[in-house]
Design a protein around this ligand. Structure first.
Ligand code: A3P
Length: 308
């Protein structure tokens, strides 16, 4: 263990592959995300009509970005055919306040006069508490089964340019997830706090699972629209939103197939639409890995959210 100074904070940091992870309020960050987070906490003042999509990575963030964009901007759903969801709904700590942030004009949604600006974050409630409670902004949290989440993380990282020389073994990802040492981990603390807030303050916090959205997207899209104060009165429009945001539709747009790299980080446009299936972990995790994760899930969630 080593202590690292950033700004006025002294943080614990530990080696993570060729890089380091920094412990900030009990969660682990790479330096880039940590710097963006510290900037966000200093500068971001949400407006009362803002919508903040929060999630742990690889839990369906891109899907929710497209759905929220389509629900709020239903007269311009076709923007999704031309723009990557990540350029329609920016990530606060990366695209707005990160060291490689893009200047705001790229995001029409950032205009302070727009009715509902939509932002995204991977930050836990424990870090964002003061920020999100400083206005009447609304928060939507998407969560996904931990086993599918970690398999998706594993695929995503191995698809990155930097993984071309050395692939990340699945055993190592499982160990790091279970030991609570990956970016944005501990997953369970991340999920539980937003879940608690959604029970305490359901008008401000909306909690949704990837799995329930998959099993009945129309019902949940209607619930999301009601929560945002813009309910649908037209069933066909709900169907259009669901269809426009399905993985089958989104992955076929030229922008989603592009191997270009975003200017704010070395992620490729085409690395966000893989399988999008519930239970995909069964093709990769051994029974021992599944038992190990299930035991932690039962202990942490105590029968709420996911039973295993
Ligand atoms: P898989 O790797 O299991 O396929 P995030 O957007 O938080 O990075 O999550 C990525 C995961 O969501 C990937 O899961 C990806 O395939 C899936 N995904 C992306 N777009 C989706 C959509 N429109 N519908 C359902 N799943 C989607």
């Amino acid at each position: 263990m080593e202590i690292f100074q950033t700004g006025t904070s002294l943080l614990e940091r530990k080696q993570f592959g060729d890089d380091f992870l920094y412990n900030f309020h009990g969660f682990w960050f790479t330096l880039l995300f940590l710097q963006g987070t510290q900037e966000l906490l200093k500068q971001f003042k949400p407006l009362p009509n803002d919508v903040i999509l929060a999630s742990f990575p690889k839990t369906g963030t891109t899907w929710l970005k497209s759905l929220l964009y389509a629900i709020v901007n239903r007269s311009s759903i076709d923007e999704l055919t031309r723009n990557h969801p990540h350029l329609l709904v920016p990530q606060l700590e990366l695209q707005i306040y990160g060291p490689q942030a893009i200047s705001p004009p790229l995001f029409p949604s950032l205009d302070p006069s727009s009715a509902n600006r939509i932002f995204q974050t991977h930050l836990p409630y424990q870090i964002l508490e003061e920020t999100v409670n400083s206005s009447d902004c609304r928060v939507i949290y998407v969560v996904r089964n931990p086993k599918d989440t970690l398999v998706s993380v594993w695929h995503f990282v191995n698809s990155l340019e930097l993984a071309k020389t050395a692939q990340w073994p699945l055993e190592e990802v499982v160990d790091q997830f279970c030991e609570g040492f990956l970016p944005f981990v501990p997953y369970y603390d991340h999920v539980l706090e937003y879940h608690k807030k959604s029970m305490e303050r359901p008008k401000k916090f909306f909690f949704i699972t990837y799995e329930e959205l998959k099993s009945d997207p129309k019902t949940h899209v209607k619930k999301l629209a009601e929560f945002l104060g813009c309910p649908f009165d037209n069933e066909e429009l709900v169907e259009e939103v669901v269809r426009s945001c399905s993985i089958e539709t989104l992955r076929n747009h030229d922008v989603s197939k592009s191997s270009d790299v975003f200017s704010f980080y070395e992620f490729r446009y085409n690395s966000y639409f893989r399988k999008g299936q519930v239970g995909d972990h069964k093709s990769y995790l051994t029974n021992d890995m599944i038992d190990r994760i299930d035991t932690i899930t039962r202990e942490k969630f105590q029968g709420s959210i996911f039973k295993h």
